[in-house]
Ligand binder design. Structure first.
Ligand SMILES: NC(=O)c1ccc[n+]([C@@H]2O[C@H](COP(=O)([O-])OP(=O)(O)OC[C@H]3O[C@@H](n4cnc5c(N)ncnc54)[C@H](O)[C@@H]3O)[C@@H](O)[C@H]2O)c1
Length: 260
């Protein structure tokens, strides 16, 4: 493949239609901006009204969608003109409490938004992807570990399982389904969190990631550059899950000499 053809495969989404949930801010906003920049038409879905201003700025459509609502998803499907090519199930919430402090209602809400929302998205959207396409579920690197937010972690582990199951179910329809598992990305989700500094301190890369870096991985999975890739989950976490605990031990005992 020539470099020009590869560039096109990686970055040319002209003629493609996408839905991005949680697209009003944070990583979702960065994903929307990059997909539009590459030529896709994007339906921005979010519970936040800020999505309307973003849609207007970019000349795209906005739908006030709660991803837990079946009726809301039916409305999203009705807004799609022609076929659908790309779905990014990005909407998510955190809970930030231990099991003992989590009410059953709080537990259900996190599972509903983070996991059932993606299930409804896949179930609604796959039939619209009549020429194949790419579904990308935004999980988390907490889905590779235990974590101090058990509801969030369970939802994100569940999303990895849903991703693989969906990849098997829809492979014959030419629909690829993958998950992205970010580590710490500073956004409205966590900007006020006391965990930021210790998380950055533990991250081998020595920093948090950016919404743009996650958006670039979304673009790769949305594009033809990844057309043989399905059923996978992709960590983007500065090396946290690769061995941050062992690395900390090695630094504290002087085996690794320098902190970044
Ligand atoms: N920020 C991180 O460190 C981090 C790390 C790993 C994974 N993630 C995941 O990345 C995704 C994006 O998070 P972010 O960091 O951009 O946070 P964010 O809070 O800035 O964005 C999340 C978006 O989802 C929307 N949303 C929440 N509930 C919704 C619902 N029921 N229906 C529709 N939209 C809803 C919010 O309004 C918001 O616009 C989430 O799934 C999150 O769990 C984030």
């Amino acid at each position: 493949m020539s470099a020009a053809a590869l560039r096109a495969a990686m970055t040319d989404l002209s003629g493609r239609t996408a839905i991005v949930t949680g697209g009003a801010r944070g990583q979702g906003e960065a994903e929307v901006r990059l997909l539009v920049e590459c030529g896709a038409r994007v339906l921005i879905c979010d519970v936040l009204d800020e999505g309307a201003a973003l849609a207007e700025e970019l000349g795209q459509q906005f739908l006030k969608l709660d991803v837990t609502s079946e009726a809301g998803w039916a409305e999203a499907a009705a807004r799609v003109e022609g076929r659908l090519d790309i779905v990014v199930n990005n909407a998510g919430i955190i809970n930030r409490s231990l099991i003992a402090d989590t009410s059953p209602d709080a537990w259900r809400r996190v599972i509903d938004v983070n996991l059932t929302g993606a299930f409804l998205g896949i179930r609604t959207c796959a039939p619209l992807m009549t020429n194949g396409g790419s579904i990308i579920n935004i999980s988390s690197n907490s889905a590779f570990s235990g974590h101090y937010d058990p509801a969030y972690t369970a939802s994100k582990w569940g999303l990895r399982g849903l991703t693989r199951s969906a990849a098997m179910e829809y492979a014959g329809a030419g629909i690829r389904v993958n998950a992205i598992c970010p580590g710490l990305i500073v956004t409205g989700l966590n900007a006020d969190s006391p965990h930021l500094a210790p998380m950055i301190g533990m991250t081998p890369a020595g920093r948090s990631g950016t919404p743009d870096e996650v958006a670039q991985m979304v673009l790769y999975l949305a594009s033809d550059a990844s057309k043989f890739v399905t059923g996978e989950d992709f960590l983007i976490d500065g090396g946290f899950i690769a061995g941050a605990g062992y690395r900390r031990v090695a630094v504290e005992t002087g085996i690794i000499k320098q902190e970044p």
